[in-house]
Design a protein around this ligand. Structure first.
Ligand code: NAD
Length: 346
């Protein structure tokens, strides 16, 4: 059976670029999900991303208790394609028109390759958009709230590594934490980890990020070195699909917890992590801070402080899932799938 409610693939009328919108589920409410603009060898790879990421968004919202469903936009750029300011604006208007044609069943937001300023351009043609800049009434850049959620999750992971100790006030002090990817979320993370006294190791394919690593006193490694380093916690903050059957046997960390979406490539990977005794914190929970914050501010009209308090609940939510998984003797991967299924009444 087809898992998605609706998938639209349209050539942008201005740019001819493939605009792909996957609406996975509106069972809990209108679907939300970011707009990813990046290069793909084949536009069908972009379609695969949209299908996978929209499904993950449904689970993320369901597990976070939000009354929104899961969707995703992907603009699949051919290799070597680059924008002028005009063509970028045209692409965003192309996206806006396709979003608008869904008549509120889906609203877009920033993702890899887009930001709040782009959402402002999309808003010129459709109201169905989150995270426009604060001066336009939106909640702005989601990455600080996503990082807040990750920090809450890391506190819960530390409590678990300390065999169920209460949440510490400085849980990351002296922990060896490896951050893979110093982009929007990763750069907030390394600053906050440094402020909490963590021993940070960092890597990014973009060597220009090394400067930030130096600023926060992190040890710079290559991505390959980082994933195989001896760590308390590996924090995937780059692209999805990091954890494979080939990589898991080479990991030397006690736990993996980070914002990258869809880290686990197959259920077998979850089983392998579990067998190796590596604690894996489901990215559906860890990465939800931005979505929770935007929902609280833009749909519930809560003040920033209250919205951040909702984001901080990620620590308890993750702790509860890790407890359940332990009781059942399974990877938390299966526990969250079950929770999402229950909430969605599947
Ligand atoms: P970003 O594009 O700003 O940063 C990603 C960083 O990873 C870049 O610096 C890039 O150079 C680096 N990178 C890419 N491939 C790499 C590789 N193979 N090895 C090492 N580094 C690599 O993205 P972001 O907004 O910081 O998001 C990071 C992850 O978190 C993504 O998977 C995203 O889907 C997820 N996420 C982000 C948010 C958010 O609010 N931004 C919310 C939920 C989930």
């Amino acid at each position: 059976m087809f898992a998605h409610e609706e998938v639209v693939i349209r050539a942008g009328v201005r740019t001819g670029l493939p605009i792909i919108i996957a609406v996975h589920s509106t069972v809990l409410g209108p679907a939300g999900g970011g707009c990813r603009v990046r290069h793909y060898a084949d536009w069908r790879d972009g379609l695969a991303d949209a299908l996978r990421l929209s499904q993950a968004m449904t689970d993320k919202c369901a597990i976070a208790g939000l009354d929104t469903g899961g969707g995703k936009t992907v603009v699949a750029l051919p290799e070597g394609y680059s924008f002028t300011p005009e063509s970028r604006r045209d692409m965003l208007h192309d996206v806006a028109d396709v979003v608008h044609s869904l008549r509120g069943r889906y609203a877009t937001a920033p993702d890899v390759g887009t930001g709040p300023e782009d959402m402002a351009v999309i808003k010129e043609r459709t109201p169905h958009v989150f995270c426009t800049p604060a001066e336009m009434g939106g909640s702005g850049d989601s990455s600080p709230a996503t990082a807040t959620g990750v920090m809450a999750a890391l506190a819960a992971v530390c409590a678990r590594l300390d065999k169920g100790a209460a949440l510490d006030t400085a849980p990351l002090k002296g922990r060896r934490v490896g951050v893979l990817g110093l982009g929007h979320v990763g750069s907030h993370l390394v600053r906050r980890l440094a402020a909490e006294g963590a021993d940070i190791l960092a890597a990014d394919v973009d060597r220009a990020r090394r400067r930030l690593a130096g600023e926060v006193g992190a040890t710079w490694l290559t991505p390959d070195e980082l994933v195989e380093a001896e760590l308390d916690i590996l924090v995937p903050a780059a692209m999805g699909g990091l954890l494979t059957e080939e990589l898991v046997p080479r990991l030397r960390c006690a736990a993996v917890a980070g914002p990258a979406n869809n880290q686990i490539t197959t259920p077998e990977v979850a089983r392998l992590l579990h067998e190796r005794g590596i604690l894996w914190a489901p990215d559906d929970i860890v990465s939800a801070g931005g979505a929770i914050y935007a929902h609280a501010v833009e749909l519930r009209h809560l003040a920033a402080e209250e919205a951040n308090a909702r984001v901080a609940e990620i620590a308890e939510r993750l702790g509860a899932v890790l407890d359940l998984a332990e009781q059942d003797g399974v990877s938390p991967y299966f526990t969250v799938r079950e929770l999402a299924r229950t909430r969605l009444g599947r």
